[in-house]
Design a protein around this ligand. Structure first.
Ligand SMILES: Cc1ncc(COP(=O)(O)O)c(C=O)c1O
Length: 490
């Protein structure tokens, strides 16, 4: 059954007739697994690429078994697999309906924390900095000074906003505390920006691939992504492509990661970022610059001024956090922009969240006191981790292709011809190695030939993970009981 998927129509919240669905599924890849699982995978693929919307009713089992030329029991098992994994729901007496599984959102793992013995490479998130306990202790030591008053600081404590602003100023972007809002991480900051400035139907220019959490947030406010390819081998090509996409699609917002984009690792050059900022300004686009990885410079490559520094007066909103430099568990991040945009965001934030924890903010102030040392230690550690992962990959997976990134937290790998990221992830999961498939970083079904491999897990796990990939990424799937991929993708 070879079907040209491009000829198929996108339906939304529809009732699917069996023939249409069979065409959408196309060729059923069995590849060493039971037939029902191949059908479930095919269905999952058309749900994931948006061809079938959440809430659509799947055809009755008998009709689909006819259309696919398989037994009814096979389709029953495929539907059961989809239900168990959260891709479908049975409504008594009404049929089986497409659902959006929790595992496909960036908060999935919170609901299903990985069990012992599982190697969690889904997340590019390092363990806590060795400097963190001292910062907590310093905050405890001065806790009496934190307690007077009601304890709410709607835009953040004066001390932390002053410290964050000072760091921007030192980096070349003069900033006052009034230009900062403290948030519960960069994800929270992105949410705040989209909630304030995006309206349903607004277009948002994004890098492609991009950070899935951002796409989820812009989806949640009804905005529409305008994907523009980004390639670490030629990052500045993004500028002209973004210009063209802006002319054609008139986005009102852009969400960019000019430093070590997640997952591609791309970093714009100094002149590239200046041209990009000017281009966005020319199109009247409010540009969100995610700086979560901006300080994770490896290999002694240069530190650049913050995006927008050479183009003052442009509508740039920087977001950042301590999640990658210190620890995701701290939950402290920020937004930086001009006073007018900040005051609009402050009103939005106050409606949603009264304050970020005063104690964590005090801890963050102590962290910023010795931030250069913290960064130096983090960079040294990440560099060692990156080189170790690269050497394991070269030895065990010589036909996987990747560029060694000069910053960030992961390798963005091109898989050998004909290898699907979904297959690699599924097979690795059967050996207790969890990964985020390349498709998680794209819109539609892009990046099925890519896999992100983070180097943030303890060094002993890097070698074990690569070994499992080498043993499972081609040939038959491993025998072990498949582990449900728990997919918090950060
Ligand atoms: C590019 C990017 N932005 C934002 C976030 C979310 O960060 P936080 O933990 O600060 O909310 C992540 C987490 O991985 C990320 O990679």
């Amino acid at each position: 059954m070879a079907i040209d998927r491009k000829q198929t129509t996108v339906f939304d919240a529809a009732v699917f007739d069996a023939e249409t669905l069979a065409k959408l599924v196309g060729v059923i890849e069995v590849d060493g697994q039971p037939l029902y699982r191949g059908i479930a995978d095919g269905l999952r693929r058309v749900i994931a690429d948006g061809s079938i919307g959440t809430g659509s009713r799947l055809p009755p089992e008998r009709a689909l078994s006819h259309a696919l030329g398989v037994s009814r029991v096979t389709v029953t098992s495929a539907y059961r697999e989809l239900r168990e994994k959260g891709w479908a729901e049975a409504v008594h007496g009404a049929g089986t309906f497409v659902a959006s599984p929790a595992e496909e959102t960036s908060w999935g793992t919170m609901m299903h924390p990985p069990s012992a013995g599982v190697l969690d490479f889904v997340n590019a998130a390092p363990e806590a900095s060795p400097f963190l306990p001292d910062a907590f202790a310093a905050a405890i030591g001065a806790v009496d000074s934190l307690l007077p008053g009601h304890g709410y600081a709607p835009t953040g404590t004066q001390a932390l906003r002053t410290a964050i602003a000072a760091r921007y100023t030192v980096r070349g972007l003069p900033t006052s505390p009034e230009q900062i809002i403290v948030t519960a991480g960069a994800g929270d900051a992105a949410h705040l920006v989209f909630e304030t400035f995006a309206r349903p139907g607004n277009r948002v220019l994004i890098e492609h691939p991009t950070y899935p959490g951002a796409v989820e947030v812009l989806d949640s406010v009804g905005a529409v992504p305008v994907p523009v390819p980004i390639d670490a081998a030629d990052p500045d090509a993004f500028v002209d492509d973004a210009d063209r996409a802006a002319r054609q699609n008139a986005p009102t917002l852009a969400y960019l990661m000019p430093d070590f984009s997640n997952p591609s690792g791309a970093r714009l050059s100094e002149s590239g970022r200046g041209r990009l900022s000017a281009t966005m300004a020319r199109h009247g686009i409010v540009t969100i610059v995610d700086e979560v990885a901006a300080d994770l410079v490896l290999d002694g490559s240069p530190s650049y001024e913050p995006f927008g520094a050479p183009t003052p007066g442009t509508a740039t909103i920087s977001i950042g956090s301590f999640s990658k430099t210190v620890w995701g568990g701290l939950r402290v991040g920020w937004v930086r922009s001009d006073v007018e945009l900040v005051s609009r965001m402050a009103r939005t934030y106050a409606r949603r969240q009264l304050s970020v924890s005063i104690f964590e903010q005090a801890t963050a102030v102590h962290l910023l006191d010795s931030f250069d040392d913290i960064l130096a230690a983090r960079r040294t550690w990440l560099l060692g981790q990156r080189d170790l992962l690269v050497s394991h990959m070269r030895a065990e997976l010589p036909d996987w292709d990747f560029r060694i990134p000069d910053g960030g937290l992961s390798l963005w790998c091109s898989l050998p011809d004909g290898t699907s990221t979904q297959d690699v992830v599924r097979r690795a999961a059967s050996r207790n190695l969890l990964l985020a498939a390349g498709t998680r970083f794209g819109t539609g079904y892009a990046f099925d030939d890519k896999l992100r491999v983070p180097f943030t897990r303890p060094s002993g796990e890097l070698g074990r993970a690569v070994r499992i990939l080498a043993e499972t990424s081609s040939g038959a799937a491993g025998e072990g009981h498949p582990v449900e991929p728990a997919e918090l993708v950060v």
